[in-house]
Design a protein around this ligand. Structure first.
Ligand code: ZN
Length: 123
């Protein structure tokens, strides 16, 4: 019993070699395809391989050796910069929401929905 469970969990462990083999990284117990930011829900080589071979093999089989490593690093950098842009956009939106919430509070306190210079300063 013990042995069987161990083998099963090993099968579902992300293997580093998949990085360069299939251009995927591990993300929240799933595999993330860096080429188009696609999630492969099952962390098993069979599914990852199938995804890569059916969608990207044609364009990416030309990358071999160090070219492949470089391509993988470039895709990873692109993903990171996209993620930080996304975080930045979220933060900006949050502060905008907070500002308009404060504005609404200010209007509520005064009991009338008018905007003058002083009120904008308070908000
Ligand atoms: Zn993909």
């Amino acid at each position: 019993m013990e042995k069987k469970r161990k083998i099963d969990s090993e099968c579902r462990t992300f293997q580093d070699k998949w990085n360069f083999q299939y251009f995927v990284i591990e993300s929240r117990n799933k595999a993330l395809c860096l080429i188009r930011n696609e999630t492969i829900a099952v962390l098993k080589e069979y599914y990852i391989k199938r995804h890569y071979e059916s969608k990207h093999l044609q364009n990416y089989s030309k990358y071999t050796g160090s070219l492949r490593t470089e391509q993988f690093e470039a895709l990873k950098r692109r993903l990171k910069s996209q993620q930080s842009l996304f975080t930045k956009a979220n933060t900006e939106q949050e502060s905008a929401t907070r500002a308009s919430f404060r504005m609404a509070l200010e209007i509520g306190k005064r009991g009338k929905p008018f905007i003058d210079g002083e009120m904008i300063k308070n908000a």
